[in-house]
Design a binder for this molecule. Structure first.
Ligand SMILES: CC(C)(COP(=O)(O)OP(=O)(O)OC[C@H]1O[C@@H](n2cnc3c(N)ncnc32)[C@H](O)[C@@H]1OP(=O)(O)O)[C@@H](O)C(=O)NCCC(=O)NCCS
Length: 181
């Protein structure tokens, strides 16, 4: 069901008690997004409990370097989130990484992904980051969204997910302050 027309989605910092809802969006959105790209048995094996534990332990840990915002829709609760922080692998070129950005399909295409993306990048810029990297599967049409957000394809690598080889592209932003390359 779509959110109420005219009632805006709220984007706010995540709290530890959001972990179950973030995990639900994470797993459901993976299944919606990657069906036909990632092997079905891998998608079936994803666990709400494991994802909840992962996000909860980060959000509860006082020294966690992650940044996590949720999008909340009236009467629907958390329908999307964005997370990121230090690069997952040491990087001499980009100072931070967007690790994950997911919205339930029913809530896509209404401006919420752009809102989450801009909130995250302005937070990272205010923390002193001037550049950002993220990885996305080449087959994922979301590459178009990141281009719309000003990202430039900077790298390519091969990864294996559930026993299948897939290509990932990295998008980079060199000037987070303006959102431009
Ligand atoms: C990617 C995602 C977060 C975008 O969120 P969204 O709410 O659907 O996007 P928005 O409505 O905010 O769109 C913002 C702008 O990007 C454009 N856009 C959105 N998706 C696009 C796409 N796939 N290709 C090109 N442009 C796109 C919109 O047209 C809009 O343009 P405008 O500013 O000219 O109006 C969302 O579709 C999603 O969660 N997808 C599935 C999960 C996923 O693949 N996550 C990334 C994993 S790395």
């Amino acid at each position: 069901m779509a959110p109420h027309p005219g009632i805006p989605v709220t984007v706010r910092p995540a709290r530890p008690d959001d972990a179950p809802a973030i995990a639900r969006v994470h797993v459901d959105s993976w299944r919606e997004t990657y069906a036909g790209i990632v092997p079905g048995d891998f998608l079936a094996s994803l666990s709400y409990e494991r994802r909840e534990q992962m996000w909860k332990s980060g959000l509860e840990h006082p020294g966690w370097k992650g940044v996590l915002f949720v999008a909340e829709a009236p009467e629907h609760g958390v329908v999307g989130f964005v997370a990121g922080g230090p690069p997952q692998e040491p990087d001499g070129e980009f100072s931070c990484e967007l690790w994950a950005l997911y919205l339930l399909r029913a809530h896509q295409g209404k401006g919420t992904g752009g809102q989450l993306f801009r909130r995250f990048t302005s937070e990272m810029a205010s923390r002193g980051h001037s550049s950002m990297l993220l990885w996305v599967l080449a087959e994922n049409p979301t590459t178009g969204f990141y281009e719309r957000m000003g990202g430039v394809k900077v790298r390519e690598r091969e990864i294996e997910v559930g026993g299948k080889k897939l290509v990932e592209w990295a998008y980079g932003w060199r000037d987070l302050g303006t959102g431009r390359w």
